[in-house]
Write a protein that binds this ligand. Structure first.
Ligand code: FES
Ligand code: FES
Length: 151
C-alpha cells in the first residue's frame, strides 16, 4: 500500500512500489494531463512536482513518493481559476500542439516555487532540459517571465 498526497488529497493505492508514477497517474487514476514522451527521462513531458522538486514521472517508482506531496497539471488551477502560468501560456500562445505543455508548466511551477523572480537567463537554463518539438521555446520563456510577475 502506498500513501501520498495528490493535488492536495490524501491518496492510498494498492500498487506495486516499482510501478512508475506516470502510469499510476495516467492509467490507474485517469490523470492524463501528465504526458508520456520518451519514457527515458529525456524530454520532460511527464514532469510532476514532488514537494518543490520537478521530477520525471516516467522514471520515478511510485514508492519514492510515499508520504510526499505530488502536484500534477490537474492540481494547478484552484476554484476554477487557472494558475498564472496556465493563463500566461494560453494568452501568449506558448504552445502549438500542446504535448509538451503540462511538463513545461510543471517544470516552470517548480522553478518559480524556488525562485519567484527569475531572470530570463535563469528561466532559459531552468527550462533547458524540457523539449518542445514545435519550437515554441521563445514564447514559453516569455510566458514564464510574464507569470513570474503575477505569482
Ligand atoms: S516521458 Fe518522461 S522524460 Fe520523456
Ligand atoms: S507545443 Fe508541441 S511539443 Fe511543444
Amino acid at each position: 500500500m502506498i500513501n501520498f498526497k495528490l493535488n492536495g488529497k490524501s491518496t492510498k493505492l494498492d500498487v506495486e512500489g516499482d510501478r512508475m508514477l506516470l502510469w499510476v497517474l495516467r492509467t490507474d487514476l485517469g490523470l492524463t494531463g501528465t504526458k508520456f514522451g520518451c519514457g527515458e527521462s529525456l524530454c520532460g513531458a511527464c514532469t510532476v512536482v514532488v514537494g518543490k522538486e520537478a521530477l520525471r514521472s516516467c522514471q520515478l517508482p511510485v514508492r519514492e513518493v510515499r508520504g510526499k506531496e505530488v502536484t500534477t497539471i490537474e492540481g494547478l488551477a484552484g476554484n476554477g481559476t487557472l494558475h498564472p502560468l496556465q493563463k500566461a501560456f494560453a494568452e501568449l500562445g506558448a504552445l502549438q500542439c500542446g504535448f509538451c505543455t503540462p511538463g513545461m508548466i510543471m517544470n516552470a511551477y517548480a522553478l518559480l516555487l524556488k525562485n519567484p523572480r527569475p531572470t530570463r537567463d535563469q528561466i532559459i537554463s531552468g527550462m533547458d532540459q524540457n523539449l518542445c518539438r514545435c519550437a515554441a521555446h521563445k514564447r514559453i520563456v516569455e510566458a514564464i517571465e510574464s507569470a513570474s510577475r503575477k505569482v
